[in-house]
Design a protein around this ligand. Sequence first.
Ligand code: NAD
Length: 337
Amino acid sequence: MMTDLALQATALREQLNQYAHEYYVLDAPTVPDAEYDRLFRALQAIEQAHPELQSPDSPTLRVGGKPLPQFEPVTHAVPMLSIRTETDVTAQGALAFDASVRKELDLLELEPAVEYAAELKFDGLAINLRYENGVLVQAATRGDGATGEDVTQNIRTIGQIPLRLKGVAPALLEVRGEVYMRRDDFAQLNEKQLAAGEKTFVNPRNTAAGAVRQLDPNIAAQRPLSFYGYGLGDVAGWDVQPDTHAGILDALAEFGFPVCDVRAVVQGGAGLAEFHAKVAALRDELPFDIDGVVYKVNSIALQRQLGFRTREPRWAVAHKYPAQEALTTVEAIDIQV
Ligand code: NAD
């Protein structure tokens, strides 16, 4: 039985590492995300139940993929982490996250509720933008979380990203956010490709990720990319740094970054569940793809208290929706844990 499980864990690791390479390094996934997530959770379940089967090459311990050698490496001053995905896609997932936060904070009563910032999980590519004295000096991908790729030239071609911050800029400000492609821009791009007799692109996420990681900035400049800010990296000399996540997002908007309006500050697990349901209802009308919502503890002081696990913060979680993608060309791998 044990050997069976060990073999299953090895098979899952190999399969997931292969999928992760295709997704993160080649920008060309061969399976739907829901299938990747399913196998990932299965491996996590085996490793949690049998820690002796954990292995250092497990994708459950890693962030993203290796940076491509064609780009200059950038060591992140503050690591760019992953976000844990809540396994329960129903409203219960929101309550489970709230319960885990309260447990970590030793808050045994439901009241007062923990305050959360709830936002969309944009389906694109994470970027770290470094501003020194208000001027954009470097843009880097997440890479493996510790080291990313220098994609400054390509990022400079995105009109929505300020080259200089508005207002009084801190000495150093790293802004994190998602480069993505709107659905209408994606459709238009494919029409152009067709008209030119070129190959069409498969989906907005991988087209955006591929464009940011182009070696030729002229090609990146021709791809219609958009950006939303959602957080900070390294910061120095910011006298009035907000003490909540929602306050940080407001500040990013004032510095000139696009920040998505579909966000809310809510109280407790019930508030999160309500946001999850609200976004589910408007998901199809959004002009861009999302792969769920993200909940973050709003107080920065509480975020610091909660800290991090190996590859993810304890103060944030991604809450997805039941899978919509159908498995067409790829057979689902059968697993029993
Ligand atoms: P993650 O699930 O670890 O979440 C972190 C990422 O979320 C950040 O790096 C950022 O890019 C993004 N993000 C979007 N909105 C955000 C917000 N509001 N706040 C903070 N971060 C936000 O991200 P990941 O490692 O990029 O994985 C995403 C998904 O990629 C996985 O759930 C999986 O489904 C998919 N994936 C698919 C395959 C495949 O073969 N199909 C392979 C690997 C990963």
